[in-house]
Design a protein around this ligand. Structure first.
Ligand SMILES: *Cc1c(COP(=O)(O)O)cnc(C)c1O
Length: 220
């Protein structure tokens, strides 16, 4: 199947899940995750009308995306992967949204980078909803305090929450928990759901789903 065909299929599934959840067909934004795939794959998706992309490595994104922006002014790039503090400035320079803020040191680095670059991309706080030792994200119990510090102490443009639930088991309770936190905190954006579970995430209120392999195929 071509990228255009896969995209059409994913879009149809998103619309169907949105309607089934009693939400409008356009309630959910599709972040096409192009990591590890070459620039030509992104060009194919752009030709099929996809303008919003996600990359998990700043270096890779910086090589792929800036050349495409001139021809596609509507292109938007989200950084969705674990971010080292020494990459904060590059991330602020190239991203329209940084979805993976998960610790105080990175918050301070992003604050400094935004001041230096004169650019304020939206930020999401990533929560380690499954409390998995190996996974990025602020622990559930620390999320509310961390959000307060991000917004009040560091003056970051925090617009929402992101999570990657455990690979095993039902993701829905994790999505529901994150949706509850977003509601309590008055945050409009909920980035949750990937190729394997985006319909469940939409049922629980996702506003953004991050879909890679269902669009671009398996990663090498
Ligand atoms: C790779 C990645 C995705 C997309 O995963 P698929 O299963 O290929 O859809 C989503 N979110 C993050 C943070 C990722 O790193």
């Amino acid at each position: 199947m071509s990228i255009a065909e896969s995209l059409a299929q994913v879009r149809a599934r998103i619309a169907e899940a949105s309607i089934a959840a009693g939400r409008g067909p356009d309630a959910v934004s599709l972040v096409a995750v192009s990591k590890t795939h070459p620039g030509e794959a992104v060009v194919e998706a752009l030709a099929a009308g996809q303008l919003l992309f996600g990359e998990n490595r700043v270096q890779e994104a910086a090589e792929k995306f800036p050349p495409l922006r001139a021809a596609h002014p509507g292109l938007r790039l989200h950084i969705i992967g674990a971010l080292q503090t020494n990459k904060a400035r590059d991330a602020v320079r190239i991203a329209d949204m940084i979805e993976s803020l998960d610790r105080p040191k990175l918050a301070v680095a992003l604050m400094d980078a935004m001041a230096k670059e004169g650019r304020r991309p939206d930020v999401l706080v990533q929560v380690n909803v499954g409390e998995e030792a190996q996974k990025a994200g602020i622990p559930r119990a620390e999320a509310a305090d961390f959000l307060r510090a991000c917004r009040e102490e560091w003056n970051l443009p925090v617009r929402g929450l992101m999570c990657i639930p455990p690979a095993e088991g039902d993701p829905r309770p994790h999505f529901a928990w994150l949706a509850g936190l977003a509601a309590r905190e008055g945050l409009p954006i909920l980035s949750m759901g990937m190729s394997g579970d985006f319909e469940a995430a939409i049922a629980e209120g996702a506003t953004h789903v991050r879909v890679g392999s269902a669009i671009f195929g398996a990663r090498g």
